[in-house]
Design a protein around this ligand. Structure first.
Ligand code: SF4
Ligand code: SF4
Length: 220
């Protein structure tokens, strides 16, 4: 999702790489679940997020739609995001103890917080959001340790590829007739989210699907 941001206002003014130390460690969020509530539709799931949840929770995309996720239009594309309960506006994965019930396979945006990503010409850097997490006495931690994602270089490469693909779709949507827009949007949703990933090697299957979709859409 594109956001117009002034880094000077929302961050400590620095940009970080995966191996940099950043003051983001809020000590396992003990006693706090603030960022799991009231976040609207902002926690958008990428295909890997969705795959990890369906794989570990043994749940289908359709079953997730009944309670945990919803679909919204983001920059012209239909993408899933975490759904909030109507009463408390809390993520449906937040349990009664105020802890994340899918912590080991929580989505990438949840892992990042209170960090954010800013995309550049060749990739992206991380920044620290200074007004979002009120926890005091945060400690320094290496960015990649905070994310708790294996094979960080492969993950970052995947994040950039997905970002660039969505950007390409957005541009394509500007040039095609209305009736074809719906076809493109539903094709992408079906290919990357609704059709289960069957390989344990997510990246291999993702890149194979990406290649096929890019060829079909003439993005090669
Ligand atoms: S607001 Fe900060 S301390 Fe609270 S749950 Fe989120 S990251 Fe953890
Ligand atoms: S998935 Fe977990 S960490 Fe993310 S918003 Fe929901 S409860 Fe919080």
């Amino acid at each position: 999702m594109k956001r117009e941001i002034d880094l000077k206002e929302i961050s400590d003014g620095k940009l970080y790489g995966a191996n940099d130390m950043v003051k983001a460690d809020c000590h396992d969020c003990v006693g706090c679940s603030d960022c799991c509530k009231g976040m609207g539709s902002s926690i958008i799931l990428d295909p890997m997020d969705l795959w990890r949840i369906t794989y570990h929770k043994k749940i289908s995309f359709e079953a997730l739609l009944e309670k945990y996720i919803e679909l919204n239009v983001v920059d012209g594309m239909v993408l899933p995001n975490l759904k909030l309960s109507e009463k408390e506006e809390a993520c449906a994965f937040l349990n009664e103890e105020g802890r994340c019930s899918i912590h080991p396979y929580r989505p990438g945006i949840c892992r990042l917080f209170p960090l954010g990503r800013i995309y550049e010409e060749e990739g992206f850097r991380y920044f620290l959001q200074i007004h979002e997490c009120k926890k005091k006495d945060k400690s320094k931690i290496k960015v990649k340790k905070w994310l708790q994602i294996d094979h960080i270089a492969a993950y970052e490469k995947y994040i950039v590829s997905w970002h660039n693909f969505l950007k390409g779709c957005e541009q394509a949507l500007e040039d095609i007739p209305e009736e074809q827009k719906k076809v493109l949007v539903l094709y992408v949703l079906k290919t990357f989210y609704q059709t289960p990933f069957i390989s344990e090697d997510f990246y291999a299957e993702y890149y194979a699907r990406l290649k096929a979709v890019r060829q079909t859409l003439g993005m090669e």
